[in-house]
Design a protein around this ligand. Sequence first.
Ligand code: ATP
Ligand code: MG
Length: 363
Amino acid sequence: MASVTITNVWKYYGKTVAVKDLNITCNDGEFVSVLGPSGCGKSSTLRMLAGLEHISAGDIHFGDTRVNDLEPKDRDIAMVFENYALYPHKTVYENMANPLRLRGESEDLIKKRIAFAAEMLEIEHLLQRKPMELSGGQKQRTAIGRAIVREPKLFLFDEPIAHLDAKLRARMRGELKLMQRRLGTTMIYVTHDQLEAMSMADRIAVMHNGVLQQFGTPQDIYNHPVNEWVAGFVGEPPMNFIDCDIVDEGGKLHAVHSSFKVALTEGHAKLLNGALRDKSVRMGIRPDQISISVGSGSGVDGRIKLTEPLGGDTLVNVDLKGADQVLVKTNPDFSGAMDQACTLTFDTSRWHFFSKETGVAYF
Ligand SMILES: Nc1ncnc2c1ncn2[C@@H]1O[C@H](COP(=O)(O)OP(=O)(O)OP(=O)(O)O)[C@@H](O)[C@H]1O
Ligand SMILES: [Mg+2]
């Protein structure tokens, strides 16, 4: 097992800057997910950890050892990629045995390790099959099995379940998390899927354009996003953003929009400390932090544009006055219809304000 420290790491490909001054510390035994959209530098980061890519600047340590100049084979890591890279002519057993044979391990140890991994991954009955006789999920398990048998210091997984179907992905999320907890091996897991990162990781490193935006627990990142970009990327359906003005009325701050005037909680007003008085801000609120009722009332005036029943929930698109729209997540028996007037109530204990200029969160 090992901790991983990434210190001021940069990655250039010619003039392209793929990773900018990255700092992440992953504790021994921790499951850290690197999350971000396509091209944000996730794989570049992982490949530098693996030793497959030169580090342009900065340092990477495993425990106390600086690994910048260590060959991949000397780093004691196991990688799993999206495209499993199994040997097509070898059986599942032989695929899993391969890294141990290369290391010159005894047949006895190979057998024991494979039995352990195969039981954990429930592929004992597949050991004599070849990859072409396996389903996508079974191939994936074989690739993971091949990583487990090495008993490495560190797992590096790059979108290992990205292409599986939704149901299998949901199951593999649980299984991978359980496997990592049972083995206690430090894991760095790259994904563009926020649900994967949220559901599995101890901490998430959110990246955008090669820059680390926020590094924290899933709860931290969901409840206290540091900027508008993180707030919009994490959470499904995504957070609503509405521009409004902060107005002082009788000593109390309000968020004012053509559809509403809502008072700030005392705590939030204190946080702003008057700094935003008479300023325009971007308000952010998640679809499940808005409640909706049909008809006009005291609250935020809206008009139902569209309802989308999803079985367990209903999503309601609501037009506000002006050009703004919000998405509301409500209960499945919501009865509103298109074009009906409705009233919204914001959970003001959980909304967010961002600077319109910099995107940085005030709270
Ligand atoms: N070998 C390379 N040569 C030149 N540019 C590269 C190379 N590999 C990656 N890049 C560029 O570096 C940036 C980061 O790429 P990277 O593969 O790390 O992204 P990613 O976050 O893994 O994306 P994805 O989710 O699509 O896999 C991108 O702009 C990409 O085009
Ligand atoms: Mg990638």
